[in-house]
Ligand binder design. Structure first.
Ligand code: 5RP
Length: 272
């Protein structure tokens, strides 16, 4: 790996812990104004100091993130579909590598839809993006998307997806947590982060998922809704951060969440 590529990777995966806390706020690229992400700046600003990197589109980056931020950027560069269109998998590349460089990104991310009618198209887009990333020293994160078919999230399917992405040259992969997750990480020679998926029932569920994913070989999380759809998003990201970078157990992280939540409750009461 060349120096520039290594330097950018170090802005996504912290060299001192070997772990990554990525904040995903790219959902609008196909969902529009997702619940609690209606005004991106409002959602992003309080969370940004606690994330190592933020994953988003160029439109939200330019309009809703202060350029003086110390948090790194992983730019979503695929899209072209919407939740109300005929097919979520029919994605192409939306953003040139030149624009990504202009935005000083640490990495770029693109979804692949393996097992769909668009697997060839999205995998060839990944290959093209890796070619460009290698040329300019920009790491590429492949995202093993499942579209509406959330039931596809099992170790057999996800290990096939992650391995194919790594074989094509992705520098890291984002996938879902699943049972027997170690089968996914063991057979993928590049680092894996997990998405959070739809909001889970309790905070402990989210913390356990993050903890278990790391125990089973993930380098961290690229999480969205389970953070910013929480009623206490800052407490949530700080609790997850404690798991990712400080070795907290889910129970310890839940205690931290409860303490921070109480502080927030008092602060809100004082304002009202
Ligand atoms: C959408 C994405 C999201 O960034 C990803 O799903 C992470 O967000 P969440 O934790 O809300 O699932 O890549 O395709």
């Amino acid at each position: 790996m060349d120096w520039g590529m290594k330097n950018r990777m170090a802005k996504i995966i912290r060299p001192d812990t070997g772990r990554a806390l990525m904040l995903a706020v790219d959902h609008g690229y196909f969902l529009g104004p997702t619940t609690r992400l209606e005004v991106p700046r409002k959602t992003i600003e309080p969370l940004l100091p606690y994330a190592d990197s933020i994953m988003l589109t160029r439109g939200v980056l330019r309009t809703s993130v202060d350029p003086s931020t110390a948090t790194s950027v992983v730019l979503r560069v695929s899209g072209g579909v919407s939740i109300i269109g005929p097919s979520l998998s029919n994605e192409g590349i939306t953003t040139s590598i030149k624009d990504a460089i202009r935005l000083n990104v640490a990495g770029v991310g693109l979804s692949v839809f393996i097992g769909t009618e668009h697997e060839r198209q999205t995998l060839l887009s990944l290959a093209e993006l890796v070619n460009q990333g290698e040329e300019y020293g920009i790491p590429v994160m492949a995202i093993t998307a499942v579209g509406r078919e959330l039931e596809k999230r099992d170790a057999r399917f996800l290990s096939l997806c992650c391995r194919i992405c790594a074989e094509i040259g992705a520098h890291m992969v984002k996938t879902y947590y699943c049972e027997d997750f170690e089968k996914v990480t063991e057979s993928c020679p590049v680092p894996i982060v997990i998405a959070g998926g739809p909001k889970l029932a309790t905070e402990l569920d989210v913390l356990e998922m993050a903890y278990n994913a790391i125990q089973r070989g993930a380098v961290g999380v690229d999480m969205g809704r389970n953070i910013w759809q929480s009623d206490y998003p800052v407490a949530m990201i700080r609790a997850i951060r404690a798991i990712v970078h400080e070795g907290y157990t889910p129970k310890e992280a839940l205690d931290l969440f409860m303490t921070l939540k109480e502080e927030e409750v008092k602060k809100r009461a004082a304002v009202n």
